[in-house]
Design a protein around this ligand. Sequence first.
Ligand code: ADP
Ligand code: ADP
Length: 229
Amino acid sequence: RGAIAFRDVHFAYDSARPILKGISFEVPAGKTVAVVGPSGAGKSTLSRLLYRFYDVQGGSILIDGQDVRDVTQKSLRAVIGMVPQDTVLFNDTIAYNIRYGRVGASDAEVEAAAEAAQIAGFVRGLPDGYRAMVGERGLKLSGGEKQRVAIARTILKAPPILILDEATSALDTKTEQEIQAALDVVSRNRTTLVIAHRLSTVINADEIIVLKDGVIAERGTHGELIARN
Ligand code: ADP
Ligand code: ADP
């Protein structure tokens, strides 16, 4: 469930400057494919097209064989979980932020997700626990803590498809490694599209797509790409 196919995808924000010029690749159900490439190559644009922030201008994107343009935003959001580069939390409680999108989740489920995302210990140490407010009128969480809350939200939502868009690139090296370990757990057995700027962060991907000048310049496993370069 959740197989993704990009078929000859074309896209430009400005018609004078095409960003994607015929991109084709697949993310088989349950597998992880990473897209790497220089800044501005169009990596994030691919994830925005999958999530339908924008629509393709040529070609198509399919989920389990169905064109995403035939799926409502609402049902797309139900099957796709996204951990972005910088998580913006709501000015509300930690529990609200983890529950977001799954209002019916029990406290035990929220706690289990926080445990898996390695933020439960931190929350237990707060006087207000899960009722602690975050954001402008509450706690100032670090980048790593915010990412853990976003990961807990994604674990609770348990979507068949996961987009990790440079989810660790804003963090220091030690935090990046810790968050990476949590993300590896979340993406296990889930169709995962990883957007990354460095090959070294996507060693475990089943396939790596190297995007350059709007086309796929190279593809292969981490080992294959290293051997070739
Ligand atoms: P990457 O993720 O590989 O760094 P992006 O997909 O974010 O690249 O962006 C690809 C190109 O499209 C960049 O040149 C960027 O400046 C441009 N771009 C991104 N978003 C927009 C937008 N909303 N409007 C116009 N141009 C954009
Ligand atoms: P109220 O004060 O409104 O009666 P609670 O004090 O039970 O509600 O909790 C406030 C919020 O924090 C609610 O969203 C609640 O579900 C959540 N919450 C409380 N305890 C936990 C917990 N152990 N794990 C997860 N969420 C919790």
